[in-house]
Design a protein around this ligand. Structure first.
Ligand SMILES: NC(=O)c1ccc[n+]([C@@H]2O[C@H](COP(=O)([O-])OP(=O)(O)OC[C@H]3O[C@@H](n4cnc5c(N)ncnc54)[C@H](OP(=O)(O)O)[C@@H]3O)[C@@H](O)[C@H]2O)c1
Length: 272
């Protein structure tokens, strides 16, 4: 497993996303993932599965300190009075004293950036998380985040071969912040793409594996694909035994489009 050094932690570059995995499915998939060698799990208050994720980690037999666990604070919990109590509830559900990474899931136009970043830093001071970060933050919002002095390790955003994040990526690189790619396989839509298929034939890999390899070969990029199937779990982690050439990386880069988002709810910020 490739790791990316973020502050004092070697973070596994490939993790398991758990959006829409609930109850027994979340429990079974997280346990299966840990048994297969995944050591990075991404959940959120929004996903309604923190209890199942916590139970799966406990039941897996893998030591808690060997799993990089992320959760995210709901936009409706960003105000000062709600923030820390919501994190305490997450920790109870996750059955852990601290997560490895606590993210602001989405900005909330009603709550100033300085207010929620202050609470996020307090959460770390209290030992509720080892690292802090944000999600769905644009370069304009990141300017405000960095102005608070917060040393975030990542911005988790939509990124896959059909969506350009060039402006945001350059910004993050310039500030030494990682980009965690969500919806990294475009909800499975990478399957059937001719360019990815052709490269797959060369390496005996499928389009999802080529996509994950393309993401993980970029500096400072992590990816958290989600699946509800054990066979996909296994094939999604089987991406560390080949390497795309520079030319092949560029062939995939050429698929990117400026505005081809899968996820843009009404409360989303003004994207870059
Ligand atoms: N911060 C945010 O606002 C935000 C937003 C969205 C997502 N996320 C995080 O990012 C994670 C991943 O994003 P996502 O869930 O939106 O989408 P995704 O990982 O791009 O796609 C998931 C879909 O791909 C399919 N799939 C997985 N592996 C496959 C394979 N090997 N072959 C064919 N199909 C495959 C899955 O179906 P099967 O179940 O059939 O495998 C599922 O329908 C989420 O789970 C969540 O943790 C964060």
């Amino acid at each position: 497993m490739k790791t990316i050094q973020l502050q004092n932690t070697a973070v596994p570059a490939l993790g398991l996303g758990t959006f829409q995995l609930e109850g027994d499915t979340a429990l079974n998939m997280v346990q299966a993932a840990l048994a297969m060698g995944y050591r990075h799990i991404d959940t959120a208050q929004m996903y309604n599965n923190e209890e199942a994720v916590g139970a799966a980690i406990k039941a897996s037999g893998v030591a808690r300190q060997d799993v990089f666990l992320t959760t995210k604070v709901l936009p409706s919990n960003l105000a000062k009075k709600d923030f820390l109590p919501s994190v305490e509830e997450s920790l109870r559900k996750l059955k852990t004293d601290a997560v490895d990474l606590l993210l602001i899931h989405w900005p909330n136009a009603e709550v100033p950036v300085a207010e929620y970043m202050g609470e996020l830093m307090k959460a770390r001071e209290k030992g509720y998380t080892r690292h802090i970060g944000v999600s769905n933050h644009t370069t304009a919002l990141l300017d405000q985040v960095l102005a608070t002095g917060a040393d975030i390790i990542t911005n988790q955003v939509e990124y896959h071969p059909f969506l350009s994040q060039d402006k945001l990526y350059q910004y993050l690189r310039a500030h030494g912040i990682a980009l965690t790619a969500y919806s990294p396989i475009a909800h499975g839509k990478v399957m059937g793409n001719a360019t990815l298929q052709q490269l797959g034939e060369k390496y005996d890999k499928n389009e999802v594996q080529i996509t994950l390899r393309w993401l993980l070969q970029q500096d400072g990029v992590l990816a958290i694909p989600r699946t509800s199937k054990e066979s996909h779990l296994q094939s999604n982690i089987d991406v560390f035994d080949f390497e795309l050439t520079q030319e092949e990386m560029q062939q995939i880069d050429a698929l990117k489009q400026a505005d081809n988002r899968l996820i843009s709810p009404s409360f989303a910020p003004d994207w870059d």
